[in-house]
Design a protein around this ligand. Structure first.
Ligand SMILES: [Zn+2]
Ligand SMILES: [Zn+2]
Length: 404
């Protein structure tokens, strides 16, 4: 697997991280960056871009080790094999065999000059190589230790074995700069053609503050989990057509995303990995979408999903589309009164507006419609309340009528 970082991401992430260090009183990396980058302005214009890219790459990958966040996340979700662990002693010995240009941040000093790319790695690498992580410096000290789970905590030194064979479903991971929060996330391209490639978009600002590294890692892990599901034959992801009018589609999409996130969180929790959101926060999100279900049953459903080992894409989607499939899976019939059940709008019960059996309920029109739509309904049906809901067609008709 190749991990490829976009020049824009490396540039902005390295720059922000260095500026942050500088503001926190650690000037040496920052100064060194400038001593390398500033003379580039003297170069002929055509050569500058390549030169900047090289400096940014050295800082992003080798000096600041920002790419390690991505590798750790890939490893955490099992998309790359577990790292070989080396002790600090082995690591130091490996350094001693090289020049004294250790790339540890703490050891950077004013006397340090830019190590040429070839110099820093244990293998020789072309300076023009655009897929550095495959070829460069991460195989420090080929010194396999017993796989002691504590060693990582105790000496904090790890190395990656990127050459070893493993079940590779994904050819390439492209890590790019997101332009805003909405743009962030992962996707799998060429899923069908058999050469799947993950595209990950992440805000460069997440790399800025070392104290926020845990959030960055959690974000990357969560996104790689989704990507991994998308190439997992058992999950059987499909670009599904979601029926209904646009508001209903949005609602189903939002619920689907929530359920999928919940499935991701639960698996991470079982492996002892911190997620982007604590379980209670995820429950509050869940709560918001399923207010119609009485509290006790709602809890039960959430717990039920949480302990479910495996879902398929289709199961998650059907749970997002219709409350009944959610209820029938996790709620005991005897546990819920007839009255409560009516209120939940099960599939096939009649819409209060058109009286037709309804399979696409809008449970809480207020949450997805303009106030004018609610008013328009109440003009025709004075006794109707938001909690009575309606079928997606009726809601669409009233949306049109209200001109929204
Ligand atoms: Zn900062
Ligand atoms: Zn209707």
């Amino acid at each position: 697997m190749k991990v490829i970082y976009s020049p824009q991401l490396m540039e902005e992430a390295a720059f922000r991280h260095l500026s942050h260090l500088e503001r926190s009183g650690y000037r040496s990396d920052y100064d060194e960056y400038h001593s390398l980058a500033d003379p580039i302005y003297e170069l002929p214009e055509d050569d500058r871009e390549v030169a900047f890219e090289k400096v940014n790459r050295i800082f992003f990958i080798e000096r600041l080790k920002l790419g390690d966040h991505v590798l750790r996340a890939l490893e955490a979700v099992g998309l790359i094999p577990k790292r070989k662990r080396t002790t600090k002693r082995a690591q130091l010995a490996a350094y001693a065999l090289e020049t004294d240009e250790a790339s540890d941040e703490e050891e950077s000093s004013a006397s340090m000059h830019l190590p040429p790319v070839d110099d820093d790695s244990q293998e020789t690498t072309s300076e023009e190589d655009l897929a550095p992580l495959v070829d460069t410096d991460l195989q420090v000290a080929d010194n396999p230790q017993k796989d002691d789970p504590d060693s990582e905590e105790t000496d904090g030194v790890v190395s990656y074995d990127m050459i070893r064979d493993f079940e590779e479903r994904i050819n390439e991971v492209h890590v790019k700069r997101a332009i805003n929060k909405v743009d962030e996330g992962s996707n799998v391209l060429n899923r069908i053609s058999g050469k799947p490639m993950i595209e990950m978009r992440v805000l460069a600002s997440r790399f800025c503050n070392p104290e926020e590294a845990q959030e960055l890692d959690a974000f990357l892990i969560c996104e790689f989990m989704h990507a991994k599901d998308m190439v997992d034959p058992e999950f059987d992801y499909e670009d599904a057509f979601i029926p209904g009018n646009p508001s209903v589609k949005n609602l189903i999409t939002a619920r689907f995303r929530l359920l999928w996130n919940l499935y991701v969180d639960a698996r991470l929790a079982r492996s002892g990995i911190i997620s982007t959101m604590p379980r209670e926060a995820r429950y509050r999100e869940f709560d918001n979408f399923y207010r119609k279900i009485p509290e006790k049953q709602r809890r039960g459903i959430f717990e039920g999903i949480w302990v479910t080992e495996k879902f398929t894409h289709e199961e998650l989607l059907s749970m997002a589309t219709d409350l009944e499939s959610l209820m029938s899976k996790y709620v005991d019939d005897a546990d819920i009164s007839e009255e409560e059940r009516d209120f939940i709008h099960l599939q096939g019960s009649p819409c209060p507006l058109c009286k037709f059996p309804t399979y696409n309920w809008v449970d809480d029109p207020e949450s997805i419609c303009d106030e004018m739509v609610i008013e328009a309904i109440q003009i025709d049906f004075p006794d109707w309340e938001n909690k009575d809901g309606g079928c997606d067609r009726c809601i669409e008709v009233y949306e049109l009528r209200a001109g929204v």
